[in-house]
Design a protein around this ligand. Structure first.
Ligand SMILES: [Zn+2]
Length: 422
């Protein structure tokens, strides 16, 4: 063999191995996606996107479990003499201190007391309160003094009972669809003199607003004393029910007699609940399932309460890429802030709503499989996302499979698409 022939052979060998180059096809319209997708079934495989268990914090995937921030404003209803509630800087300070205390409890969630001997894990609640700014007020914060001589006070029992009344909310709530309107109310001084008047810390959630009562019974520095009742009411706003009942939708919150405090004997003897959604003198613990319910609500498209969550998932963040390295079935809605990469030979199954930020892509590597199981993929911010990058390397290809009705919306090219499997 001459040297020339050897060189030629080497060149041929080299060039054939190079022909197995990585190829990427970017699908940016529903027509493109439909063309490439393999229809596996006209039925969605069983998956309940509303199951709170699917929303329990999972350390493996911080990319789509960023903290959710609830936007809050404060109202301090008062009579026209301005005598009965916090005003000016004091009202702002009270609001700030209370929010800080609420967040402290959400960060420092505590272990469940019940059932006795439980091993229920303890997670950070995964959400926080954030006081909204408002340039139109003198403090620059969304803290308001609502003057209403008829409705400024709160009475929870007996004569003049108005705890369920929405009058003050209807009159003064601001941006109810995007802000949690927090009414920090006082008891009427006259009523406080009446023997037996119910004047403990109290509260009620009414739609996307809430009222708490008794804020003038304590000093500004004691604002923290309202953290538990506030978190309890905020819990209601985001779908939590009283947990001493069986019907609260959680198996990790046992039925119990709902004792305020422990007693020497009787039904309240021994260990009592410390759950945030019971009535007890601790009201601190949130179970994993309860956190799951709050997260489920915060991710539920069109849920009123989702509107109160700061929409911080619109902007693309290259540091929030979800890299799927092992087979993964996501049975929950997610709000992505970056790309999704399905690694070689790995399968990702999406069955619920997935938000992709502006320009973000779902990259399916050679040999990887993306199953869209009745899934919806969209951009929640009225922008378009980057579509699917399907990669191949020789005969090894990335694939998309459809099960049931798949909705792919907000692609850069072409309108919203809905794919039927037939
Ligand atoms: Zn309640």
């Amino acid at each position: 063999m001459t040297n020339n022939v050897l060189v030629l052979l080497l060149i041929i060998l080299f060039s054939t191995s190079c022909s197995k180059k990585l190829k990427t096809v970017n699908l940016t319209s529903i027509v493109d996606v439909d063309e490439i997708a393999i229809v596996r079934s006209d039925k969605k495989e069983k998956c309940n996107c509303e199951d709170p268990i699917a929303y329990i914090p999972d350390d493996r995937f911080p990319e789509f479990q960023d903290l959710k921030y609830v936007r809050v404003n404060f109202h301090f209803p008062n009579a026209s003499n301005k005598k009965y509630n916090w005003t000016g800087e004091k009202a702002v300070t009270f609001s700030e201190k209370l929010i800080k205390s609420c967040n402290y409890q959400l960060i420092n969630n505590i272990k469940m007391n019940l059932p006795e001997g439980n091993n229920t894990p303890v997670y950070d609640a995964g959400y926080r309160m954030e006081l909204e700014e408002d340039k139109s007020t003198s403090s620059g914060m969304a803290v308001y003094e609502d003057v209403d001589d008829e409705n400024w006070y709160y009475i929870k029992k007996g004569k003049g009972k108005n705890n369920y009344s929405k009058a003050i909310i209807k009159k003064f709530a601001i941006k109810k669809d995007s802000l949690l309107n927090f009414f920090a109310m006082a008891y009427p001084p006259d009523s406080l003199k009446v023997k037996g008047f119910s004047s403990g810390r109290a509260g009620i959630a009414l739609g996307t607003s809430l009222k708490i009562a008794g804020v003038r019974k304590y000093t500004i520095d004691e604002a923290w004393k309202f953290a538990s009742v506030s978190n309890h009411e905020i819990g209601h706003v985001f779908g939590l029910r009283h947990s001493w009942y069986k019907s609260d939708g959680c198996d990790d919150t046992p039925v119990h007699p709902n004792c305020w405090q422990s007693a020497e004997s009787g039904k309240c003897e021994g260990v009592i609940s410390n759950n945030m959604m019971d009535y007890n003198n601790i009201q601190r613990a949130l179970s994993p399932c309860q956190i799951g319910i709050v997260m489920k609500t915060m991710h539920k498209e069109n849920a009123r309460a989702r509107g109160l969550v700061k929409k911080d998932w619109c902007e693309y963040n290259p540091n929030k890429t979800l890299i799927v390295r092992k087979d993964l079935e996501l049975n929950r809605a997610i709000d992505m802030k970056g790309d999704i990469i399905v690694e070689k030979n790995v399968t990702l199954r999406l069955s619920c709503r997935t938000h992709m930020p502006a320009g973000a892509k779902i990259i399916v590597k050679p040999g990887a499989k993306l199953i869209l199981n009745g899934a919806k993929i969209h951009n929640d911010c009225g922008q378009s996302w980057g579509g699917f990058d399907i990669q191949s390397n020789g005969s090894k290809k990335g694939v998309i499979e459809y099960f049931g009705k798949v909705k792919i919306e907000n692609l850069p090219n072409g309108q919203t698409g809905e794919s039927d499997s037939e």
